[in-house]
Design a protein around this ligand. Sequence first.
Ligand code: SAM
Length: 435
Amino acid sequence: MRAVLQGQIESLTLEGHGVTRVEGKVYFVDGALPGETVEFEVKRSRRKHGHAKLTQIIEANSDNGRVEPDCEYFGVCGGCSFRHYEPIRQLEAKQQALLDALERIGRVTPNQIIEPATADWLHYRRKARLGIRFVEKKGGALVGFREKGSSFITPLNQCFTLTKPLSDLLPGLAKLVNSLTIRQKLPQIEVAQGDNQISLVFRHLQALSQKDLDLIESFAKVNQIQAFLQPKGLDSIHPLYPKVPEELYYKLDDFDLRFYFAPTDFIQVNSKANQLLINMALDFLNLQADDRVLDLYCGLGNFSLPLAQKCKHVLGVEGDKRLVDKAIANADKNHLDNVTFQQQDLSDQQADFSWLSDQYNKVLLDPARSGAALVCQQFVNYKPEKIVYVSCNPTTLARDANVLTNLASYQLTHAGIINMFPHTAHIESIAVFER
Ligand SMILES: C[S@@+](CC[C@H](N)C(=O)[O-])C[C@H]1O[C@@H](n2cnc3c(N)ncnc32)[C@H](O)[C@@H]1O
């Protein structure tokens, strides 16, 4: 039998779990918020800590920010962690998590905390991977996000984080999958919305019959979307309908730029927050006409192209060859000739970093969750005057900030959060380092 305990919630983790201590042991209680006394059921227990689920709020705190979740799937679906928490409290919690990480891991405090930058709270996510399971006893195909802490799928009829047009496809997608002969061999669908079109990529582990192909094609026609098939790796993706699809693009209106991308490419998922983020990054870089700027982990050029409009030269570096090719094409399509791109694995210890010489005086970094440890070590020798670090993981940002401030003698002048992923546990942040 699982233990049921009581405790008072002291704080909140980065994953949105309430933290309590009972007899010296720490419990992470899913669904509980600071200021509440709760009863919880222990799901997993280790020597010093355990994971638990909220079963009852014994003593609520009317002033602790708890709100009625607006989504029927909240608590089960792993997509969101904070729909039960007032927006302003979510921002405070994320900002505090960033500052705590900087202090605890980075041993640094920013000179100035930037006000949280926020855009839409609902229907903001323009790209996602939907999981699929066929479970006969649950009525057939389940299409949605993973359940919290499990590999089961939450079947979704709608989703408040996906853009409205993507959310509206959900009920029809479940019906479509149910009608396919290979419904048990379809693990996922990638959905991506550009400013011009929606594309869906159906990953399938078995050949589709002609009837299956007809059904997917007619779903695409009725919903006016583009359907692609993926029988193997990314190279195997090919269009089903229309035969010659439109390339997806998103616009950055403030810069009059268009970025073309494939439905499986990395793009910033929240269009408005992305625009805010780029404006902030460029403001902090305080670009001058003769600046030479590095954009590391540049993807398809999301920052490189706006940077290039404001300075002399930009070098974008990116590990994924596909994205490097997209970045080159995007620069070309936007008629920018002062930006070059190169492919390099920036975490390869053997890599040649000689291009990081002092001819580049400013740097933008936007690494993946693992951060930019090796790159930041290079700044102990090559010392650009300004580094703007955009991060999706406060822990690795803090680790790298430690190197930049304590070994490379930079000042952390500003840090703050951008609400790129409202209601979820993800924290997007920006930090500015100056010599
Ligand atoms: C958070 S994304 C940012 C992309 C781009 N700045 C944007 O705004 O769209 C991180 C990028 O780092 C790239 N990346 C991840 N690990 C890398 C590595 N070891 N070396 C170089 N690039 C890497 C990924 O392919 C991805 O494009």
